[in-house]
Design a protein around this ligand. Structure first.
Ligand code: ME8
Length: 520
């Protein structure tokens, strides 16, 4: 039976266009989904938008629109952006959809019926941008949100509370029993230390606004936007309406989230699941921030970069590759256009692109354009051994949620194959078995690396595959499977016509300023 891989991104606030930070999270989830499909796994990839709450209501008001009109328009911005970045989500959830409103009501009702919700009064410092309360001690200079640096507001409300405090022991037990539940480890420790510091009950309804999901047992209240948003992950899995679907996807879920929302996903969400009587999620994969000039790129700081304009400038595959390769998942990384172009030229133009071009040229001049078969593994070729190591290394890295490492390892095969060609110089040899052996190995290495690269650079991989004369597509499901897949040495049959074309990754000269930087 194939393994199940359900992967989610945060659902983003559609208060503005997506920026490169949200694109980073989405492309990363996409690459993971693509890798798992390649491995033959049963995959569901969910992303979407978080439409309720004060932040969206105010933003709509500024635009003189109703919140629904505003999010109907802006949800489309996200869908269009992801499709232009070759993101292959299987579902896109909007929290205003009926399926979600019903799921939130069902989920909250279950928690209420299980006795974990009570009525009370809440007063506190609220950051609208975070849609979250802060304790006075957490504020910057006593007045500003620690994340957004903008002034917080004092809110007093009568509302319902979730008895989070009662779940501390169960959460700690859960963390002890599932040591790998948060990747990377440091983030697990952070979540555990939140819990150890003591948990306050959380206010989960609002009466101050009506832009939200009505509380089923007290419709004068709406569900707090975070409590509503987290439920999206089970809505899309069929919670409460499709038992079979739910059993298929829950709890085998991997939530990819930024480090800013670890507390919601690593403390609240598992407790909410426990309270509603369903198992907590399987794994949280926590990524770091893209920074600009050392600051988090964000909508409220006006330092955002438009990923769609950037991709139109540098190419979709080039942008995807850079996002996945540049920064280790879990760490913060400074984004720079110069670094993107530098890496593009080094890895894509000069390495992979050059290998494709060289191989096709020499196959054209020495083999009449027909690719020779590789040498069987263990019969003289060094590259077969490298390929075996690379495939094992890349596989291990993908399964550790380390796309940057998977790609670095995969590119080792490109480097070594280029080095082998430089050492043997088949372009100087007379046609014959020696040239065939070298080129057959190079073609086979290219075939393997094309499959490995496909989750990052899907369009280029498809084009290389076509030029090698291979049937199907490099990312056909199952090609990367450990058993019965196509990543073993010897899959290139030989005898196929190899096509030479324009450079797949033409070298780029960095333009003075990327057109993607938003000026406002
Ligand atoms: O928090 N670098 O939505 P949001 C990397 N609606 N990733 C970044 C980033 C940056 N500079 N800026 C944003 C919300 N992100 C809630 C989520 S989930 C049930 C509800 C990414 O629009 C990162 O993944 O503020 C972060 O966690 C997410 O966008 C926050 O998006």
């Amino acid at each position: 039976m194939p393994a199940r891989f359900y992967v989610t991104t945060p659902i983003y606030y559609p208060n503005d266009r997506p920026h490169l930070g949200t694109a980073y999270a989405t492309v990363t989830a996409d690459a993971l989904a693509r890798w798992h499909r390649l491995c033959g796994d049963d995959v569901m990839f969910l992303t979407g938008v978080d439409e309720h709450g004060l932040k969206i209501a105010r933003r709509a008001e500024e635009q003189q629109m109703t919140p629904q009109e505003w999010t109907d328009e802006t949800a489309g911005w996200f869908q269009e952006a992801w499709s232009s970045l070759a993101v292959t989500n299987d579902d896109f959830i909007r929290t205003t959809e009926t399926r979600h409103v019903r799921a939130v009501q069902r989920f909250t009702q279950a928690i209420y019926d299980n006795g974990h919700i009570y009525k009370g009064e809440y007063a506190g410092w609220y950051c609208v941008a975070c849609e979250a309360y802060y304790g006075a001690a957490e504020l910057e200079d006593g007045t500003a949100c620690p994340v957004h640096k903008t002034p917080v507001e004092w809110l007093v409300e009568e509302n319902y509370f979730f008895r989070l405090s009662a779940f501390a022991d169960r959460l700690l037990e859960w963390y002890t029993e599932h040591p790998g539940v948060v990747v990377p480890d440091a983030k697990r420790n952070e979540a555990v230390s939140f819990i150890r510091q003591g948990l306050d009950d959380i206010s989960i309804t609002r009466t101050s606004i009506d832009w939200g999901v009505p509380v089923p047992w007290d419709p004068g209240h709406v569900v707090y936007v975070w409590y509503d948003a987290l439920v999206n992950y089970v809505t899309a899995a069929g919670y409460g309406v499709d038992e079979e679907k739910f059993a298929r996807w829950w709890p085998s879920v991997h939530h990819l989230v930024g480090k800013d929302i670890l507390r919601f996903h690593g403390v609240w969400w598992p407790a909410m699941c426990m309270a509603a009587g369903i198992p907590p999620p399987h794994q949280l994969v926590v990524h770091g921030f893209l920074l600009v000039g050392g600051e988090k790129m964000s909508k409220s700081r006006l330092n955002q970069i438009d990923p769609v304009a950037l991709a139109a400038d540098v190419g979709v595959d080039a942008l995807r590759y850079h996002l996945l390769r540049e920064v280790a998942l879990g760490s913060d990384g400074e984004f720079s256009y110069e670094a993107l172009v530098g890496r593009y030229n080094a890895d894509l133009a000069n390495n992979l692109g050059n290998l494709v071009q060289r191989v096709a040229t020499v196959v054209g001049s020495k083999c009449g354009g027909v690719g020779p078969a590789p040498r069987p593994a263990g019969q003289g070729g060094r590259i077969a051994d490298v390929a075996a190591e690379v495939v094992a290394g890349a596989r291990a890295a993908w399964s550790r949620f380390a796309p940057h490492e998977a790609l670095a390892t995969s590119w080792r095969l490109v480097h070594e194959t280029n080095a082998e060609l430089e050492a043997t110089e088949p372009w100087k040899m007379a046609p014959g078995p020696e040239v065939d052996a070298v080129l057959g190995d190079a073609l086979e290495a290219l075939r393997i690396v094309t499959i490995l690269a496909a989750p990052a650079v899907p369009a280029a991989a498809a084009e290389i595959w076509r030029r090698l004369g291979l049937a199907g597509a490099p990312d056909d499901p199952g090609r990367g499977a450990e058993d019965g897949g196509d990543l073993g040495w010897g899959g290139y049959p030989g005898g196929l016509e190899v096509t030479k074309g324009e450079p797949i990754f033409p070298r780029r000269v960095p333009s003075e300023a990327s057109p993607a930087r938003r000026s406002r």
